[in-house]
Design a protein. Structure first.
Length: 151
């Protein structure tokens, strides 16, 4: 698994919108959000579009238009944000970049593939268990919350 810049920016944007929702603030324009979070404007707009298409973000038109979180931060997981932004959380190389058409065929006997699928399930389960509301806590609290010792 590789966490891309795209994923990191998606979480920063989602967390920003979650904090605004908690504070009762209204919508924010994509360019303003990008400026406040020091992100490239084009990235922010593309990410917001993907988040909107997935139903995590709403877009409002007009003078006071912009973007806001569509649901409560407690109801949006890190997994939701990552899959909205990247369409997946874990890329299985044997599924997407077949190196050997015989060995990597769906019906082929590959003893490595089950391990990757099990790892993907564990990662997805972990990411589903962490919400945007969790990430709004202070760093030490989040560290304790996501500690593998507690899982």
């Amino acid at each position: 698994m590789r966490v891309t810049t795209w994923t990191e920016y998606s979480l920063i944007i989602s967390l920003h919108l979650a904090k605004r929702r908690r504070e009762g603030a209204g919508a924010i324009a994509a360019r303003e959000l990008a400026e406040v979070e020091r992100l490239p404007g084009d990235y922010a707009e593309q990410i917001l579009l993907r988040l909107r298409r997935s139903g995590l973000v709403e877009a409002l038109r007009g003078a006071k238009g912009g973007y806001l979180l569509a649901r409560d931060p407690e109801d949006i997981s890190v997994h939701d944000v990552m899959t909205a932004a990247e369409h997946q959380t874990f890329e299985l190389n044997c599924d997407t970049h077949t190196i050997d058409s015989h060995r990597c065929a769906p019906g082929a006997n590959c003893s490595i593939r089950p391990m990757w699928h099990a790892l993907q399930q564990r990662i997805d389960g972990f990411l589903q268990g962490v919400s945007l509301a969790d990430l709004m806590l202070d760093e030490p609290q989040v560290r304790d919350l996501v500690s593998l010792d507690r899982a």
